[in-house]
Write a protein that binds this ligand. Sequence first.
Ligand code: GDP
Length: 472
Amino acid sequence: LADKMKQQPSALVKKLFLQGKMVTINSEIDYDTAEEIALDFNCICEKEVKVDVIEELLKDVEDSKDSLTPRPPVVCVMGHVDHGKTSLLDAIRQTHVIDKEAGGITQHIGAYMVTAHGQKVTFLDTPGHEAFTAMRMRGAQSTDIAILVVAADDGVMPQTVEAINHAKAAGVEIIVAVNKIDKPSANVDRVKQEMSEYELIPEDWGGDTIFVPVSAKTGEGLENLLDMILLVAEVKELKANPDRTARGLVLEAQLDKGRGPVATVLVQKGTLHVGDSIAAGSCYGKVRAMIDDKGRRIKEASPSVPVEILGLNDVPNAGEIFVCTPTEKEARSFAETFISEGREKLIEDTKAKMSLDDLFSQIKAGNVKELNIIIKADVQGSVEAVKQSLVKLSNEEVVVKVIHGGVGAINESDVTLAATSNAIIIGFNVRPDVTAKSVAEREKVDMRLYRVIYQAIEDVEAAMKGMLDPVF
Ligand code: GDP
């Protein structure tokens, strides 16, 4: 017990001795006594120890600088509904994926690669920031560059703003694709103007955001968009070591009637081979076959390459990290540890979610340097007013940051952004919708609803000073 609690055995013996219990280091104590002692030592050891085990399993070896070689960028497409995300993904795929040698039959495996000017780019095939954020919720960063699609005839819409803030919170590079420029009503300058309000200022206006006018319908500008992706990738110097055991992410997975569990994975480091022993969350196996996005059977997959793999014993969760192990036995024990430690639940339990109630103690403990806030209100004026007052509360210890603000009910996207960015949500004269409410409960996101602005400001201020009245 002392070992698990990271305490000296003598300290425990002494504690028990003072309670009149004569024990030695070899004595057995019952569960209740152990619990009492652990609580006495203010020890959340059980959880810590278990999370250690998982972290140990997932621990990655740092690759030396000279082992790193350039890898293709991984790109996702985000934006408002109907602005053309799917059309853009399809257009790029059609113009750049036709592989005559392989018969040109493209497979939808959750991601695909294109070649432009002899260089490769990987596109994640699921449009929208929900998929993107779901991955981040599991602690995995899948994307290097986000293409933000904005329809030139419609301009910036609520989900455009959501996408901007999701991408920013994830620290992902944004390229703006101004789509539907074939339409007579297209107005690229208006989009630039509107995006500037969100600190995405076009290069030709003195900013540093790349804007590419495109038409998914006519194909105009697609070449330019790919060029820009390659340019950003080059600047970012994306690299990985291909000569090591592989690890990466599960992008999607399902049970196929004929083939058994099928998972699309994205290799992030190392090279994955047919025959490798692999574990992904609670699943394990040996890679029996690999199929690329052109439907070809391949023998190996290097960094940034998406492949479908066969051979897992079960269907893993999307977003799960996969690792390769020297033997299948190790892969199995990895998966078994995952199951026995109940990873999902553990991570839920130990997620240090931001809440106004314990903000002060977190600040004092030095755990919090930034208070991230999402503001939703019934009118834009309130969003701005609250934002400005809250940001002014920043002091030497904590910086108050408003990472997203918008008009309308608190939705699922707000909650997932809060969960992944460790933010709290403040609502003015708005309520969470049903899904948002249940996700907030599950993810333990602190959501506060107000009718008067000054009360919100007062609450945050009080929380920062450790003087917030407890809510009963
Ligand atoms: P998503 O919801 O963002 O995935 O949008 P879709 O790709 O489904 O496109 C929504 C609608 O816009 C569809 O009817 C498309 O045909 C149309 N659309 C997409 N891109 C363009 C474009 O460049 N020009 C024109 N004229 N229509 C487009």
